[in-house]
Unconditional design. Structure first.
Length: 433
């Protein structure tokens, strides 16, 4: 047991160190990583992506050791919350050949570039801290949290969008995002801005499995599909852009009824992926959506403050989602579904912003003077100084550094999205059979 715990600690430590792989992290100022440079071309263009080669070299070991002193307690806390005895019993056996992603703008790596919608981010300043400083269709200044997860597993540092015609099936075999910004569990949510519905994302996934079988053979494709990590990051838009923004669903459902409707859609989607061979899944809960910059701006009752009604809805939805996760784990053979409680860290950010964005802690976000300040704004301050830029943009700096901050706060990463980077890596590492 002790040896397995040590192995797990080493793996999780390695992950957290690698998250800080390209820039100095504000939380651990003395940790520097020496890396080979990224490819000179945009790494989201699949046909131009060379083999990924990086050498990691850690300096200032005192900081790293300081971090590792806290990590066992972090892991132990996760075990208590998530039944970690099963994880320890199988630690060190896991493998993840691919990261497969469903969801909204939090995990869309560019699919909306290829459909007729205004919900796009393929213009500056989006992507300004990405390779060559060019926009990619990601709703971020750089990479997304799912891509840090991919890198941590030794997979490519970027996850291609499924609709990118430049991507070959060999490249998609190591990871793919079907996500579409502005979508939701409810097809009506996707209809607001004419984006890809969750049903269509699942149809693309079925098409993807067929392509894998044709290219790799039945056995190899089954291994990829069965061993892949599936990340779901979806649901916020159903409330923010649909239920509370348009009258139709409010006339049909109470809040509780709409939550039940959405959970039914989530259950059907998970069952569909399971039927196609998916087994290891992470479903990200809702954040305190009432504290999103756009909602704080639009709070007429208390301008600039969080909308606590929305936050309460998020908490009750998350509680019901956890019940669904437990039910599906007990009913579906071989399923290992994890609920990622993303609520806590963002709540901590709202309460203690200086811990996460020390230079601009007093501001909600860069240029928060208009409904969407990123559009056409050529004077954005440095993204690394902020947690968010624009109402729907989370900075790469926060995605990276929040996972290190996680070790001290015993909270989960807001966006990992994907999910909690440390915990997802730790949990999936154990190949539960």
């Amino acid at each position: 047991m002790n040896n397995r715990f040590s192995i797990l600690t080493n793996h999780a430590t390695s992950l957290c160190i690698r998250i800080c792989s390209t820039t100095q992290c504000r939380v651990y100022r003395r940790i520097y990583i020496s890396t080979a440079p990224y490819p000179s071309r945009q790494i989201h263009h699949c046909k131009k992506l060379p083999p990924y080669r990086r050498r990691l070299q850690l300096f200032a070991m005192s900081s790293a050791l300081h971090f590792r002193r806290h990590l066992p307690w972090l892991i132990f806390s996760c075990f208590l919350l998530h039944g970690g005895g099963r994880v320890l019993a199988a630690a060190g056996k896991g493998k993840v050949p691919a990261i497969i992603v469903f969801g909204d703008s939090s995990v869309d790596t560019g699919n909306n570039n290829f459909i007729p919608t205004v919900a796009r981010s393929n213009f500056w300043p989006y992507g300004r801290d990405y390779a060559n400083g060019l926009p990619t269709g990601r709703f971020s200044n750089g990479r997304l949290a799912t891509e840090f997860i991919s890198e941590a597993f030794g997979l490519p540092p970027s996850i291609p969008a499924y609709l990118d015609a430049n991507c070959t099936i060999d490249q998609l075999a190591a990871g793919v995002s079907f996500a579409s910004a502005a979508t939701g569990l409810d097809n009506a949510t996707a209809g607001v801005l004419s984006v890809i519905t969750l049903a269509q994302q699942l149809a693309y996934f079925k098409e993807y499995t067929d392509r894998l079988k044709a290219a790799k053979g039945e056995a190899a494709a089954a291994e990829i599909i069965g061993e892949a990590l599936y990340i779901w990051s979806i649901g916020t838009n159903d409330f923010i852009e649909n239920y509370y923004n348009l009258p139709e669903r409010r006339l049909q459902y109470t809040v509780g009824e709409y939550q039940a409707y959405l959970l039914g859609l989530a259950e059907a989607a998970i069952r569909r992926v399971h039927a196609l061979g998916g087994r290891k899944m992470d479903f990200t809960g809702l954040t305190p959506m009432g504290c999103l910059p756009a909602e704080r701006i639009g709070n007429r009752d208390d301008p600039g403050e969080c909308n606590e009604q929305y936050n309460a809805v998020a908490r009750t939805f998350n509680a019901k989602l956890q019940e669904l996760v437990a039910k599906l784990n007990s009913q579906l053979p071989g399923l290992h579904l994890v609920f990622a409680d993303t609520y806590q860290l963002l709540a901590a950010v709202v309460n203690r912003p200086a811990d996460y964005a020390p230079r601009r802690a007093s501001q909600l976000e860069a240029g928060m003077r208009a409904t969407c300040p990123c559009i056409g704004n050529t004077s954005q301050p440095a993204a690394a100084e902020f947690i968010q830029q624009c109402p729907q943009l989370i900075t790469t700096s926060f995605c990276r550094c929040s996972s290190l901050r996680f070790a001290h706060s015993f909270s989960v990463d807001m966006f990992v999205i994907a999910s909690t980077l440390v915990f997802v890596y730790m949990f999936i590492l154990a190949d539960l059979n």
